[in-house]
Design a protein around this ligand. Structure first.
Ligand SMILES: [Zn+2]
Length: 233
């Protein structure tokens, strides 16, 4: 587990020897480039972990830091500084790619605080979720019917048949599941507010809810992808 609260481990600058916060790319005293910091992606941008981000500000900071660590600027520097400019650039790119995208950002923060998320964990028997097939309980019936329709569509296609009624049903189902996906995103944003507002209990509860929402989202995304592929075949 990555550290969240204690990312400010003071270390000595390699150049001026003055201690500074571990999360900085440049020494605040002598301005020399530093090795890739050991904090989290948020700290790279001088932020604390949070789910609502000012994206234009994040982008501006990304461009500002990218220019500062750009390897071209270190072409004549020592070997260490040249290496660090490459490593810092890679770190900056990874951090920006992850934080700018809402779902990646949510997943990253949840992992940071120790939640188990992702495909490899979603089959686990989580509290209140006993169905190992992972179909969200409220969707069991619809998913069952959808899978039958998808199978029928695929079989029909193989036989060279065209069933406009079935096609329309599937398109309708696709629209419905896309709507459910949008609702999950809305629910996630509500949990962002709760988590960002703070308080240990509120955060813990929001985290558990978000883990469940991400499972549901993953399931719905796969479903929509299957229908889209079958319709487009
Ligand atoms: Zn320094």
């Amino acid at each position: 587990m990555l550290k969240v609260l204690d990312s400010a481990v003071p270390i000595a600058c390699w150049s001026c020897s003055i201690g500074h916060n571990d999360s900085t790319l440049f020494c605040p005293h002598c301005s020399k480039i530093q090795p890739p910091p050991g904090g989290d992606y948020f700290s790279v941008f001088g932020l604390t972990p949070q789910l609502n981000l000012d994206l234009p500000a994040l982008e501006a900071e990304f461009h500002r830091l990218s220019r500062k660590v750009h390897p071209d600027r270190f072409a004549r520097a020592g070997e260490n500084e040249r290496e660090w400019s490459l490593a810092d650039t890679a770190l900056l790119n990874d951090a920006y790619r992850t934080l700018k995208e809402p779902i990646y950002r949510t997943e990253y923060l949840l992992k940071l605080v120790g939640e188990e998320i992702g495909e490899e964990h979603s089959g686990k028997d989580r509290k209140g979720q006993k169905d190992p097939s992972r179909v969200p309980a409220d969707l069991l019936e619809e998913v069952f019917e959808l899978n039958m329709q998808l199978e029928e569509m695929r079989m029909g296609r193989k036989m060279g048949e065209n069933d406009p009624a079935l096609q329309a049903d599937l398109e309708q189902a696709k629209t419905k599941f896309e709507g459910l996906l949008a609702a999950v995103d809305q629910d996630l944003r509500t949990e962002w507010q709760t988590w960002d507002a703070g308080g240990d209990d509120a955060r813990l509860s929001a985290q558990k809810t978000m883990v469940g929402l991400l499972d549901r989202r993953r399931y719905l995304s796969n479903l929509v992808r299957d229908v889209t592929e079958t319709l487009g075949a």
